[in-house]
Design a protein around this ligand. Structure first.
Ligand SMILES: NC(=O)c1ccc[n+]([C@@H]2O[C@H](COP(=O)([O-])OP(=O)(O)OC[C@H]3O[C@@H](n4cnc5c(N)ncnc54)[C@H](O)[C@@H]3O)[C@@H](O)[C@H]2O)c1
Length: 317
């Protein structure tokens, strides 16, 4: 059995490879070659956290894996990550356990990767200015993925913690070689952006419709509880909304469930799943689209597909 650390994955898997493998997984999902029960979550209200189990099997890729993920937004103060995860990979033929791996880095990588895939389908042509709201672990990968698929000139960064934006700017200017602008508030960060990623732990909207005047695409990845959201109802109402999975977002995504409860939209407002666009069943961004939103709650297929690629690479080495 292979034991694989976050450091191994960081060293051996690039964002480009993660984007390609995650895109393949979404195609497989849209073709119906995937087994993926809904995420099973235990809420630990007393400690302000949650623990989820995420199994999936991708038939074409032969990837069978289960992720355990904990989300504890107050953990930063304790010196632990907000999002921490582990994956068990099994051989689909025998069920034998092939690998046990850290998946904290992998989770951030695959969450960035799906933003890369969705942004290629939905962003306005040749975006130059990106905005990242929430400069934590996921925010870094959101920036990396957008920079990987587009030739960006600038990334506006905003977080409620000035210290975190400054750290984000220092780190990413070095690694991505793109100008990172420290925004004083969220409105300033998003108003001129062509593409936005929200990756916060906020329970209430961080981006407002009336701040957006240009044609823009938003990747909203931060919230996956029914009563939390990062975008206001007006954004969702005006946007062409694409999701990772209809079933999953209608179960978990406050970004959509709250406007549905308010009567602002119905379930039919969801235009497509990402896989449907990748297979050409539905169109991605068209010239008439002013505002597009990709809402991702995160699917187990992203984890299993990347985990399989990791063990294939490790075995070769
Ligand atoms: N969709 C997915 O697949 C997926 C995967 C992993 C994590 N997540 C979610 O992403 C979120 C971020 O996770 P992380 O691991 O990066 O956490 P993190 O604690 O490292 O970063 C979150 C950042 O958001 C900032 N923030 C909180 N409220 C804000 C606000 N109102 N405006 C601006 N910034 C704000 C915090 O200061 C912090 O820097 C979590 O809610 C987590 O559940 C989603």
């Amino acid at each position: 059995m292979l034991i694989i650390s976050d450091e191994d994955i960081e060293k051996h898997v690039s964002m480009r490879e993660a984007i390609d493998i995650v895109e393949k997984a979404f195609r497989e999902y849209a073709k119906g070659f995937v087994k993926m029960p809904p995420r099973s979550t235990i809420m630990l209200e007393r400690f302000g956290g949650s623990l989820s189990l995420m199994p999936s099997y991708l038939e074409e890729s032969g990837a069978l894996a289960t992720k355990i993920i904990s989300i504890y937004p107050k953990n930063r103060k304790r010196g632990y990550p907000t999002t921490a995860a582990w994956i068990v990979v099994n051989d689909p033929e025998t069920g034998v356990m092939e690998a046990l791996m850290d998946a904290t880095y992998l989770t951030a990588l695959r969450t960035g990767a799906v933003t890369g895939v969705a942004s290629r389908c939905l962003a306005p042509r040749s975006p130059k200015i990106a905005a990242v709201v929430g400069c934590g672990v996921q925010g870094r990968m959101q920036a990396w993925a957008m920079a990987e698929v587009f030739n960006l000139e600038k990334i506006n960064a905003f977080d409620i913690s000035r210290e975190r934006i400054e750290c984000f700017a220092r780190e990413l200017e070095g690694t991505l070689g793109i100008d990172i602008h420290i925004s004083e508030n969220c409105e300033e960060a998003v108003e001129n952006a062509d593409i936005i990623a929200t990756a916060t732990t906020s329970k209430t909207p961080v981006v407002r419709r009336n701040w957006l005047s240009k044609d823009v695409h938003i990747n909203a990845i931060g919230s996956f509880y029914p009563d939390h959201r990062e975008l206001d109802s007006e954004i969702i109402k005006d946007a062409k909304v694409v999701v990772d999975s209809r079933e999953a977002v209608l179960d978990e995504a406050g970004d959509l469930l709250i406007p549905i409860r308010e009567g602002k939209i119905t379930r039919d407002h969801i235009y497509a799943e990402l896989g449907e666009i990748l297979l050409g069943i539905k169109k991605g961004r068209t010239n008439g689209d002013k505002l597009t939103v990709f809402k991702s709650v995160g699917l187990a297929i992203q984890d299993s597909s990347v985990a399989k690629m990791v063990i294939d690479k490790m075995r070769k080495r």
